[in-house]
Ligand binder design. Structure first.
Ligand code: FMN
Length: 278
């Protein structure tokens, strides 16, 4: 199969596929000409799909990508700048959840949208462990509390800095400050540094951020699970419970659930700090 397959009847020679390719694998020798693949460079294709997504005539296919896997952009769903601004400013870290499990398909819909998070060299290295019931989340919180207790008992300076003794005590008294009573928890895994992905930590953190925004858009609340993420980097029983494969690390995680209340105002944040040049 040819690497670049152009339908000469539909190609208008606009050249946008060539402009969109991040690796300059598609060339247009002169304005209006049909695009060509740069010879011998096909293996460098990262299958990002930009060339096919940009083509207004659906005139090309590249590598393993086939046109039937591309969805049309529905212009009628575009949001206004005001809507985009309010959407981003109204995402809150939710720490109070309705005590009811969320249907699995709703949780999976959140993680599904995070597939469109950017990743270094389009390596898409992120995978998830989803704890879909309050019982499973409580088990993860329990392992986290065990690890924290060990830190407190060992006099680890991080235990004091992070007030872990109070969190451990609260957990023993039935108050879950670790996962905040959430009925679901999703942790993002990616290869340890040095593996096949060039930027695994960044990719996982960005995927978690996408998932937080996706949850917000789909009517669910979320909150970074910082304690669980931290513990999962050190505590073997928690890693085993989260089914972290060999060679993988936990780089982030979020609690998920139906918020038990909604915010009616947007809190202030630090002023923008930016050095503008040029
Ligand atoms: C890396 C990271 C770890 C966090 N860990 C926790 C956590 O363990 N528990 C928690 O309640 N909030 C956690 N948060 C949420 C922050 O406290 C929250 O984002 C911040 O207070 C701002 O509130 P907002 O997200 O509603 O704007 C974490 C946030 C980040 C980015």
């Amino acid at each position: 199969m040819e690497f670049l397959r152009v339908d000469h009847g539909s190609c208008t020679g606009c050249g946008m596929c060539s402009l969109a390719c991040p690796l300059h694998l598609i060339i247009q020798e002169e304005p209006g000409a049909t695009p060509l693949a740069r010879k011998g460079k096909e293996d460098a294709c990262i299958a990002c799909g930009h060339c096919m997504s940009v083509c207004p005539a659906e005139a090309l296919e590249v590598g393993e990508l086939s046109a039937d896997r591309f969805a049309p952009v529905r212009r009628e769903l575009r949001i206004s700048p005001e809507q985009a601004g309010q959407f981003l400013r109204t995402r809150r870290s939710v720490r109070s959840y309705v005590d009811r499990n969320v249907p699995r398909e709703d949780l999976l819909a959140v993680l599904d949208l995070a597939r469109w998070a950017p990743s270094g060299h389009h390596s898409q290295p992120v995978r998830w462990t989803l704890l879909a019931t309050r019982g499973a989340v409580l088990t993860a919180a329990g392992h986290t509390a065990d690890w924290m207790r060990g830190m407190v008992e060992a006099g680890d300076p991080r235990a004091e800095a992070l007030h872990l003794d109070g969190v451990v005590r609260a957990f023993a008294n039935g108050k879950d400050l670790i996962c905040r009573g959430a009925p679901a928890l999703a942790v993002a895994l990616a290869p340890q540094p040095g593996g096949h992905a060039p930027t695994p930590r960044e990719d996982a953190v960005i995927a978690v951020t996408y998932a937080e925004l996706a949850a917000h858009g789909l009517g669910l609340g979320s909150c970074w699970a910082g304690y669980v993420t931290f513990a999962a980097q050190h505590h073997e029983p928690l890693r085993a419970f989260l089914e972290v494969p060999d060679g993988y690390a936990v780089y982030g995680g979020i609690m998920l659930g139906r918020p038990s209340f909604r915010y009616s105002a947007i809190p202030p944040r630090k002023e923008l700090e930016v050095a503008v040049k040029g």
